[in-house]
Design a protein around this ligand. Structure first.
Ligand SMILES: *[C@@H]1O[C@H](CO)[C@@H](O)[C@H](O)[C@H]1NC(C)=O
Ligand SMILES: *[C@@H]1O[C@H](CO)[C@@H](O)[C@H](O)[C@H]1NC(C)=O
Ligand SMILES: *[C@@H]1O[C@H](CO)[C@@H](O)[C@H](O)[C@H]1NC(C)=O
Length: 498
């Protein structure tokens, strides 16, 4: 009797343990799945590259003696008994490769624009890290100047050849050559050893430069009315995250400048670019199943016209729902951005500017409201919406996006801090995460981007939204002598598929 009782208790106990183990195993999604090569920016062996774009994301002409505007800083650390050293994978000659080297490399068929795309693939190959499900290459620092010489017709209009037209105030240009590439200087990453405290040894490197071709580089950072950019990275050896410290300064000749840190796809086209690129996202995140995590510390905002993007995502699909294939006449770049500068106002407005509102808003619970529903539409959640220039069935009233600032047509949806985005971990009030309020964000970018309005031709199957570019940084829009400064660390893209 006793024994029997003991045996059944024991059986019961074992059973409980088994059930417990099963419950724990199924509820514990222990391994966080990252979409990127360097989750949380923790890897000592850094991979970072830089690119510069003109108004329509091309080169047009290289800056004198600077080579094609693609460079990289990639290294592996070698430890031996006596010392630790960095083995750089991209040398000075690689970084300086210019269109004038195209012939000797057997690439004489490439023009200056496609040569830059070729150079990016070359640098990507040198920096490549083997991984699952795919190899990956580097973080990408992106520079862009918005200057446009309308009289030179350098940029296509919605992907089609354009005609010259007189200069307009919306396109700054100081005259011939205003669309030049910047001068880019490179401080290769080095190890700064700490003799007494080896644990405090630091890795440091950076890129800096100016768009002013005649400026004294040693004074550009501080001199008034001189454009300037700098990105430095540093990390304690063996611990913590890289910190990417960004600086950007506009001038009256270069009043519209952009500086982003991007996690681009490792294959295929990426946001705003029509050629194959290289990057950090070994898995291209897909709505609604991903989150983006990072720490952002903004030191200086860049003035009232600085469109500081807490999150900027770029993708591409055709209006009929087909994926992009490099045909710039039908491919459409799709951008969505959360601007956290508290000076940025909602231009979308039912009385004054209905055309700057997306046709509808979808609440987190799935309820959809039309932009004419004044009682329920959250107008203050939207800065600007603009429609693709090749959209055939746009809802009136509409506002085309800038036809020239991409190699192809584009659609842009810019949002502002507002309670409707709180559900996704985004700021709900102006000023959150701004200067003096550094934060670690975990944004449900996947679910948010699934709910946003993007145009497709009526009756076409809604596309699966893939985001080959996930970026952070600022676009200082036409205002000179403005300075922005910020630090990014701990960046990760986490796949959340259930
Ligand atoms: C860039 O794209 C064009 C047009 O799709 C293509 O013809 C060219 O081969 C590509 N170049 C490179 C270097 O990928
Ligand atoms: C800086 O340069 C701009 C443009 O030339 C000028 O308007 C401004 O007064 C200058 N600021 C200072 C502090 O010198
Ligand atoms: C969804 O949320 C909106 C905004 O909070 C609310 O107005 C609406 O009634 C909700 N719909 C449902 C079905 O709960």
């Amino acid at each position: 009797m006793m024994l029997n009782n003991m045996a059944s208790r024991l059986r019961f106990w074992v059973c409980c343990q088994v059930v417990l183990v099963i419950v724990l195993a199924s509820s514990c999604n222990c391994e966080v799945k990252s979409a990127i090569g360097d989750p949380g920016m923790k890897r000592d062996n850094l991979r970072v590259a830089i690119e510069a774009w003109n108004q329509c994301n091309e080169v047009h002409e290289e800056a004198p003696n600077m080579g094609s505007p693609r460079e990289a800083d990639c290294f592996d650390i070698q430890k031996s008994k006596s010392r630790t050293k960095l083995v750089h994978l991209v040398n000075e000659a690689d970084n300086k490769l210019s269109i004038y080297d195209a012939k000797s490399l057997g690439q004489e068929n490439l023009d200056v624009n496609t040569y830059a795309a070729w150079k990016e693939l070359f640098l990507g190959y040198k920096c490549q890290v083997q991984d699952e499900p795919k190899p990956w290459n580097f973080w990408m620092i992106m520079l862009k100047s918005g200057n446009m010489d309308t009289t030179a017709a350098i940029c296509p209009k919605n992907g089609k050849p354009s005609q010259p037209f007189p200069q307009e105030s919306r396109f700054p240009c100081f005259g011939k050559g205003c669309m030049n590439m910047p001068r880019i200087y490179h401080d290769y990453t080095t190890l700064h050893s700490h003799r007494k405290h080896p644990k405090r040894s630091q890795l440091k490197g950076g890129f800096h430069g100016t768009w002013d071709l005649d400026a004294d580089m040693s004074k550009a950072e501080t001199r008034n009315d001189t454009s300037f950019f700098k990105v430095t990275w540093h990390k304690n050896l063996g611990k913590g995250s890289w910190k990417f410290h960004h600086n950007l300064k506009t001038s009256s000749k270069y009043p519209w400048l952009m500086l982003y840190l991007r996690s681009d796809a490792t294959t295929g086209v990426s946001g705003g670019y029509h050629n194959e690129t290289r990057g950090m996202s070994k898995i291209v995140p897909k709505s609604p199943n991903f989150k983006v995590k990072f720490t952002l510390d903004i030191k200086r905002g860049g003035g009232p016209s600085s469109q500081f993007y807490l999150m900027d995502m770029g993708s591409c699909w055709k209006n009929n729902g087909q994926p992009c294939d490099g045909d710039v006449t039908t491919d459409v770049t799709r951008y969505s951005e959360m601007i956290i500068n508290p000076d940025t106002e909602a231009w979308c407005n039912p009385k004054k500017n209905l055309k700057l509102c997306p046709p509808y808003h979808t609440f987190a619970n799935g309820t959809r409201v039309h932009r004419t529903d004044e009682a329920r539409f959250p107008y203050d959640a939207y800065h600007v919406y603009c429609s693709p220039g090749n959209g055939k069935y746009l809802e009136e009233p509409f506002n085309y996006c800038d036809e020239y600032s991409n190699p192809q047509a584009q659609e842009i949806l810019q949002i502002l801090p507002h309670p409707v985005w709180g559900e996704y971990g985004y700021p709900t009030k102006k000023g959150e995460g701004w200067i003096g309020d550094p934060r670690t964000w975990e944004l449900d970018v996947g679910r948010l981007s699934q709910s946003l309005y993007f145009y497709q031709d009526p009756g076409t199957k809604p596309v699966e939204r893939h985001w080959p570019s996930i970026d952070l940084g600022t676009e200082i829009y036409v205002s000179s002598n403005q300075v922005a400064e910020w630090i990014v660390s701990d960046f990760d893209i986490i796949i959340t598929d259930e």
